[in-house]
Design a binder for this molecule. Structure first.
Ligand SMILES: NC(=O)c1ccc[n+]([C@@H]2O[C@H](COP(=O)([O-])OP(=O)(O)OC[C@H]3O[C@@H](n4cnc5c(N)ncnc54)[C@H](OP(=O)(O)O)[C@@H]3O)[C@@H](O)[C@H]2O)c1
Length: 316
């Protein structure tokens, strides 16, 4: 498995992450097979959130974290071999965001219990909170770090300015920013290409401006969520009638590289020199293997640019 730098530290991590958002309804056996297949494919980084499972019938916060630990019953040595990342700040009752000291700390304590572990490797602030108090976040991070409950910190869906605001008080490096990115939903990349073009929808900045460049400059690892969704949770672009050119291009490149289209869609993200991690959401062991095959495919510049254009983005 290809590795990429994680934050500014010397640490390197696998560039494919197994996302656990969709495991709530899976049996123990299915979760064990998914985990075992991911490990065999070289994936040792698992993404959770306190929220995942909240919308499963009879579910609630921390359900996916709990199902993961119940099904796997990891030994302490196996636990040490993997990276467990989770997130906090989204509250599902009367939907809102909460980055207060009390919420961050209690959410992490619930995650530790649900995951049956003594420490979280990486804690992300899931979405920006309009009522954020950087000092409160800093106090929570300091206490979680000094008590050994959390080893490193990051954000998700944050703009450059929101990160700068946190950094006025937070002293730990923010190692990752998890953002939505697929070849079709590629505004964070396409906006740079369409810069200052009056008639291009892509030239509108939806991320506060230049989040990819900001993360590269500041050694923040980008983690791409929903790497195969057409847009926001509306199904995958594979074999979609909305994307005939993209699917034709994916098939052509699959044949060239001897892989399946899911590997080429993965490679479109891993090829980016920012050294991004791809957060897979599939619960199919076969798709995990097929996607992992895209971790290190050296797409050429014409191939990479051809894919973003086939997905509907104009390269002026
Ligand atoms: N930070 C955030 O705000 C945020 C938001 C959303 C998600 N996430 C993280 O990102 C991870 C990935 O998100 P995601 O699940 O939306 O990503 P995804 O990998 O783009 O989508 C996964 C879904 O697509 C289906 N799928 C994948 N390949 C397919 C194919 N070739 N044909 C048909 N269906 C296919 C999967 O079904 P099967 O299971 O049947 O393969 C699954 O339902 C999540 O697990 C979570 O960890 C983070």
């Amino acid at each position: 498995m290809k590795t990429v730098p994680f934050g500014a530290a010397e640490t390197r991590v696998a560039n494919i992450i197994a996302g656990m958002m969709r495991i709530a309804g899976k049996t123990d056996e299915q979760i064990r097979t998914l985990y075992g297949t991911a490990r065999e494919a070289g994936i040792d980084f698992f993404d959770h959130a306190d929220l995942y499972g909240f919308n499963h019938p009879g579910g609630g916060p921390h359900l996916c974290e709990r199902r993961f630990s119940e099904a796997l019953g990891l030994s302490s040595s196996e636990r040490e071999q993997i990276t467990l990342q989770t997130k906090t700040t989204i509250v599902d009752e009367e939907w809102h965001y909460d980055s207060s000291y009390e919420h961050i700390v209690s959410s992490v304590e619930d995650s530790l219990r649900a995951l049956s572990t003594d420490y979280i490797d990486v804690l992300l602030l899931h979405r920006p909170d309009a009522l954020v108090e950087p000092q409160e976040v800093a106090r929570a991070f300091n206490d979680l770090e000094s008590s050994g409950k959390v080893r490193s910190f990051g954000v998700s869906n944050h703009t450059p300015r929101q990160i700068d605001l946190l950094k006025t008080a937070v002293r730990q490096p923010l190692v990752a920013n998890q953002i939505q990115l697929s070849v079709t939903h590629s505004t964070i990349v396409a906006q740079g290409l369409a810069s200052n073009m009056a008639d291009e929808a892509d030239s509108l900045t939806r991320d506060g401006g230049g989040i990819v460049d900001y993360c590269r400059i500041n050694n923040i690892t980008i983690q791409a969520w929903s790497p195969f969704q057409k847009s926001f949770q509306d199904g995958v672009f594979f074999d979609s009638e909305e994307y005939p050119e993209l699917n034709a291009a994916l098939k052509r490149l699959s044949a060239k590289y001897g892989v399946t289209p899911i590997a080429i869609a993965t490679a479109w993200i891993t090829r980016h020199p920012a050294g991004m991690q791809v957060v897979l959401g599939t619960t199919s062991p076969q798709r995990v293997v097929e996607a992992a095959a895209g971790a290190d495919i050296p797409l050429t510049r014409p191939e990479w640019y051809g894919l973003i254009q086939a997905a509907g983005h104009r390269v002026p």
